[in-house]
Design a protein around this ligand. Structure first.
Ligand code: GLY
Length: 375
């Protein structure tokens, strides 16, 4: 596609949305029976249902249904919360990312259709997430196995299911936990310059800070771009739920850093602090997540103050639409090329990632006026 500038993006939204619908309908046929995560040679893999990304494909389908009302999307999305619930019954490796998984299946389904079983599944996930809170250190445990003391920035996005559960049940315990973890994000993750750590390890017994870890980023002091994007979007959501100014300010600080660090082409490299960024792979998923998060941030500001964030989001979406979205290859299953899953482990580099695809669709849907605010 050839969108001349970010100003034309809004004018050409009907065409982009139409192309996305064609694309998603083709994906329905191509992805039948799969839980997609990352592409290999343009074909999506089929990952375990307990893997953190299992909600993104159904989430994309629910958005398409919500906007178009076409049963083809609903029929494909409707069973996913039932499927994912099985992970609570059998042995599974679910962790803090139940937020991503159940917000986009159970909670979104409940919001759109009113299905009470979907609501129950969403609350079950919120209970599970609340159970991972460590009162020593005030953090939600992120990962499994022996990683007992680890919190990660990605959790900022998962807090929304806790806030939702409190709103839904009238029980403030969920939001108490979300707020406690949110404070830890402010004190332990966000650096003075607005960059963000990926992993912080605490002593799980005393709650004392032990160390920062590089995780999926270049190193402990680096700036993994997807982590920066999770922080922008997560902090904007925390502000929406709490109304506390400190989260809006923190969100702006991280967003300002992000926009300043962005290269001329408006598409994020996988880590802002790699030695030679121009030689390194991009991560288009960081761009689409950040774009959707910046749109959320802009909504909470007066128009004149929000403009800079909306404009950055439009620039990123324009670049993604022109240079990374795959419109014309009917065999290619992903939407955005150029995603990087885990560069330090050389896993899923320069591929399509289902979460990159999801947040691109979500951001375009927001520009079209879709306002469920599922995160
Ligand atoms: N939540 C893991 C990732 O962003 O890769």
């Amino acid at each position: 596609m050839n969108i001349q500038s970010e100003h034309n993006l809004t004018e050409q939204l009907p065409q982009i949305w139409e192309s996305l619908q064609t694309k998603v309908q083709r994906m329905i046929v191509q992805l039948k029976g799969k839980t997609p995560h990352a592409t290999k040679n343009g074909v999506y893999d089929n990952i375990r249902n307990d893997w953190w990304t299992s909600g993104f494909w159904p989430g994309m389908l629910w958005i398409c249904y919500d906007i178009s009302g076409k049963p083809v999307y609903r029929d494909e999305a409707a069973e996913w919360d039932i499927r994912l619930e099985q992970c609570f019954i059998g042995e599974s490796r679910l962790h803090h990312d139940v937020g991503f998984q159940f917000l986009l299946t159970a909670v979104l389904k409940y919001k759109i259709t009113g299905d009470e079983d979907a609501r129950r599944r969403g609350l079950q996930a919120a209970n599970f997430l609340a159970g991972r809170f460590n009162i020593a250190g005030n953090f939600i445990r992120a990962q499994n196995d022996d990683k007992i003391g680890r919190a990660i920035i990605d959790s900022a996005m998962n807090l929304s299911i806790l806030f939702w559960a409190s709103q839904e049940t009238g029980d403030p315990r969920f939001s108490h936990i979300a707020r406690a973890h949110a404070e830890t994000i402010l004190t332990r993750f966000i650096r003075e310059d607005g960059s963000v750590r990926h992993i912080v390890r605490f002593d799980p017994f005393t709650g004392e800070f032990a160390e920062a870890l590089g995780g999926q980023g270049y190193g402990p002091d680096s700036s993994w771009t997807r982590g920066q994007a999770w922080a922008i979007y997560g902090l904007a959501n925390i502000y929406r739920f709490t109304g506390e100014r400190i989260y809006l300010d923190a969100c702006r600080k991280v967003a300002d850093y992000f926009i300043t660090a962005l290269s001329e082409d408006s598409v994020t490299v996988w880590d802002f602090r790699v030695p030679e960024p121009e030689m390194e792979p991009k991560d288009t998923s960081a761009s689409s997540i950040a774009a959707s998060g910046l749109l959320e941030l802009a909504m909470h500001l007066p128009e004149a103050e929000g403009r800079v964030y909306k404009s950055a989001a439009l620039k990123m979406l324009t670049a993604l639409t022109n240079d990374y979205a795959v419109w014309d290859d009917p065999e290619y299953e992903g939407i955005l090329r150029g995603g990087t899953g885990h560069k330090p482990e050389m896993k899923d580099v320069d591929v399509s990632l289902i979460y990159g695809d999801y947040f691109y669709v979500e951001a375009i849907a927001k520009l079209k006026g879709w306002n469920r605010q599922i995160f």
